[in-house]
Design a protein around this ligand. Sequence first.
Ligand code: HEM
Length: 482
Amino acid sequence: MSQWGILLEGGAIIFFVAVLFTYGAAGLKWLRLTPALRKRYRKLPKGSLGWPLVGETFAFQHCLMSTTPHSFVDERRRRYGDLFLTHLFGTPLLASTDPDMNKFILTKEEPLFTSTLPKSISMAVGENALLMLRGDRHKRMRRLVLSVFSPEVLKHKTGSIQASATSILKTWKGRKVLVADDAREYTFYVAMNAIIDMGQDRDERSEVFRNRFLQLRAGARALPIDLPGTAFRKAVQARKHLKTMVETVIDERKRSSGPQYDDLLAKLLRASESDGGEPLKNEEIVDVVLSSLLAGFDTSANTLLFLVYYIGQHPQVLHDLKVEHQEILKDKPADEPLSYSDYKRMKLTQSTINETLRLANPVLSLHRRTLQDVEYNGRMVPANCPVQVWLRSLHTDPDLYPQPYNFDVDRWKGKASTNNFIPFGLGPRLCVGMDLARMELSIFVHCLVTMYRTWELAEEDAPRFFPEPGMKKGLPIFVHDL
Ligand code: HEM
């Protein structure tokens, strides 16, 4: 631990000093509130802020890039407990790895907590994105979005999702495949079909849309430096172009008496008919469309990437999956597309997805900020304090998951979902695309294991967890025929 860390360790004052350091004048203003808090100093969680300004960022990055990405959190949890103080990427924050505390944080949004996003992501998703909305506006928009991603609607999409998976997988024969690229291609078009179906001009227009979308996504992950040539500036420009494209589709749909769509855009355009509220403005629709695409893109693609990796590493799991999916095919006339009830029979596939999400969740942590002083189980978190729920450490807690770093699909047999497994979040911001994600992943696995006998790595590759979970080389593989 650094000198600073030793000096300050365990002292509640560290939090105030950190706020002062990080927020300058704003921190001073905050310090004026301390008389009320002083009594409660001793209840503040412990931890270390590492070095001035950079805090523990380097140690955190170093661990994520190493072969033991969990060690940063594991070590601090051992030393300070399930809720501890750290300082990452310029912000002092409290990290929670405690299932009950996580549930408390995620379910008590307003008046106690609010969700927060870094500046680059806020720019990319727009101020009307679900992730940015609060209170009644969030509830209304969430209801509208959920109605499109509900099982009742998704059950009609199994055939088209299967067609997308099959067409990508057919191209895998006889060539070296970079799974990361094709996973992104597949999940992007599945999500686009559910969110904004481009209709007749699909191929050409979708391609332009996709390229601009990739620029937007790159900027969402970059530093928010708005200068010529930066990823952030390119993303701002890409967003303007995407906005125009979405508005063009809106105009076409409003003018046309052509085909009826059942995508998210159609739902948003008819919002007032379905819930009696005010019609949505174009900018609200654009933000919800783009942010939903962004929220579902890397998350689903990276999960698919890890699914292919883990199944490939575990021949018994591949064998058992083949049995499950052949059973489904056996009961169907040849060439009949998968139905929703076929999908519901994919039990082992669901366990495999769970185990993949447990070990390689694409979302490392969820970000909140306290709106007032919050006391929980004898510990106090001051107002305006960033709090992060660390999913990965929860999902690899040895008390909850024996031999946590083993890929073991059997641990999910007959298990109902609990607060100890929250890859899609919890509470009022539970992922709205969860059912779509599970369905597209399951259908891809079905097509993969029924179209090919097995696959092998074309080059050595290994998981990485920084800057985001993925495979170091994008998982290059060769597939083998049945
Ligand atoms: C394996 C894939 C996915 C994972 C692991 C995942 C994970 C999550 C998590 C953890 C949250 C909660 C965020 C928070 O509490 O701050 C969330 C929210 C959200 N997700 Fe997903 N997601 C996935 C796929 C998708 C897909 C496919 C879509 C849409 C097409 C989507 C759209 C959203 C949206 C719009 C929210 C915000 C909900 C709100 O604020 O009310 N996600 N997701």
